[in-house]
Design a protein. Structure first.
Length: 137
């Protein structure tokens, strides 16, 4: 038995995006269907943010003017390119993304020999520095 919990995390930052009414709900549905993840609660959606709880973890998006941040976290691997393509298709703009495999020890267990902790990049793509990716106010 593997004492570590694993998760897969897609983080995407968008610039020059446009958010029309219904776009956030469209993205949450499309991302869930394209990645094969399973909704366990109705999505929570406002004018600028959306979140859906999935059996595997969560999908979220936040839009602020022409900037956007999306994040999908799952305990199993999923189709990241399809999710980023959905962001591009629905919101337009330019998207940068990073995909990470994260692991953590289960409470009360020791890590297996040679097993890492924290984020491990799954692809060579990296995100821009935090100072360059933050919108104003």
């Amino acid at each position: 038995m593997n004492p570590s919990l694993q998760g897969y995390h897609l983080i995407a930052n968008g610039a020059g995006v446009t958010c029309r009414p219904g776009d956030i709900a469209r993205f949450l549905l499309r991302a869930r269907l394209l990645t094969g993840l399973h909704k366990i609660a109705p999505p929570c959606i406002s004018e600028t943010q959306g979140f859906v709880l999935i059996a595997e973890s969560h999908i979220s998006i936040s839009i602020h003017g022409e900037r956007a941040w999306a994040d999908i976290f799952s305990c199993r691997a999923f189709r990241t390119r399809a999710a980023v393509a959905a962001l591009q298709d629905i919101f337009g703009g330019t998207w940068r993304s990073g995909y990470f495999r994260r692991s953590a020890d289960r409470p009360g267990s020791a890590p297996a020999a040679g097993q890492g902790h924290g984020p491990e990049p799954c692809t060579p793509r990296t995100l821009p520095p935090a100072s360059a990716s933050r919108g104003r106010g």
